[in-house]
Design a binder for this molecule. Structure first.
Ligand SMILES: [Zn+2]
Length: 346
């Protein structure tokens, strides 16, 4: 979470809505943040938690209503904001999926914490990330909490759409919608902040769109690793799918799968990138101006005509299956091998 993440959010209508709630000191007790991956729902939830607990508001340093804008907490160094940002605030509860799912044990833990008095917060905040990953038992347990919410506690759920949740949960929340962040805006902010060339900034913005939330932009090492990884991946994909490498035997394919497997921290993001490339091969057939990976347009043009849409869809399915295996930690190596064979299949 960096200042840049906050800046990218700045133009979201959602933030203005949150500022209105905050300014009127009339915050609904349950909010549902919806929007595609990577639009900043989690960042906004933290920002809101900071605004509700920032010492500068509490001690009257910032008084006027006009200044009661949630953006004023960006860069705040007060004790409460620092604790929230570092994940050490005892009254900010974050519930996130583990192993791809939010289970009932986690919701029970939450219920227990909420039965105790807040430690230091003016408003206790519960952030349920990717609330659609709650299994039915967890959903029902959360619903019970929402039906009789504890005092001075605000729930913020995040999901792709309200339809992903139990209707009984969604109907108890005020929906705050986040619009997709324009790629150009993201690139411009990053270019200035990280001193990138415009080509690099564009590439990171492409990666953020195809593979949201995977790159820690604040880490130069991470940025470098992902630039390198993307270049390698796209080269290999281009070879495998266009068959320019005639010696590309099963051994070569297995080596590709093996390298994907070995670098565990990069698997998920790599699979996102492969999928985004395959999607472009399909999109190119219908609306070439809408492809995401514009920097490899000539490869996409060349490879797109080699495959039917149906065959590309089955490749995407293989990528999805591999990603699922990675999420559940089962047979990762095997599904990666199956996936790579499927990618190469003519
Ligand atoms: Zn503060």
């Amino acid at each position: 979470m960096s200042v840049t993440d906050f800046q990218i959010l700045q133009e979201q209508r959602a933030l203005r809505i949150l500022s209105v709630f905050f300014g009127k000191e009339n915050v609904p007790h349950a909010l549902l943040f919806t929007g595609i991956h990577g639009v900043g729902k989690r960042t906004a939830a933290l920002m809101f938690a900071m605004a509700c607990n920032c010492r500068r508001f509490a001690d009257g340093t910032v008084q006027s209503r006009v200044d009661r804008d949630v953006m004023t907490v960006v860069g705040c160094d007060c004790k409460a904001c620092r604790k929230i940002l570092s994940g050490n605030h005892p009254d900010i509860h974050r519930v996130a999926p583990s192993g791809g799912m939010i289970r009932i044990d986690r919701v029970r833990e939450l219920r227990h914490s909420l039965s105790l008095k807040p430690y230091e917060a003016s408003l206790r905040i519960v952030i349920v990330e990717q609330a659609q990953t709650m299994n039915p038992e967890a959903s029902n347990a959360l619903l019970k909490i929402l039906e009789e919410p504890p005092d001075r506690t605000i729930f913020i759920l995040t999901a792709l759409t309200p339809g992903d949740l139990l209707p009984t949960i969604a109907s108890r929340c005020i929906n705050v919608r986040f619009d997709p962040v324009p790629r150009r805006r993201r690139a411009a902010v990053w270019r200035a902040k990280y001193d990138l060339t415009s080509v690099e900034a564009d590439l990171f913005a492409i990666m953020a769109e195809g593979s949201p939330g995977r790159i820690n932009m604040d880490s130069p090492a991470d940025r470098k690793a992902w630039l390198r990884r993307r270049k390698w991946l796209l080269n290999r994909l281009s070879e495998i799918t266009s068959g320019t490498d005639r010696d590309l035997a099963v051994n070569g394919l297995m080596a590709f799968a093996e390298r994907l497997f070995r670098e565990k921290a990069l698997i998920d993001g790599s699979l996102d990138m492969i999928r985004s490339f395959l999607r472009d091969l399909i999109i190119f057939k219908h609306a070439p101006e809408k492809i995401l990976n514009e920097d490899v347009l000539s490869d996409i043009r060349r490879i797109s005509i080699i495959f039917t849409e149906k065959s590309l869809l089955s490749k995407i399915e293989a990528v999805n299956a591999a990603q699922k295996a990675v999420g559940s930690n089962a047979n990762i190596r095997l599904t990666l091998e199956v996936m790579v064979l499927q990618l190469a299949k003519k």
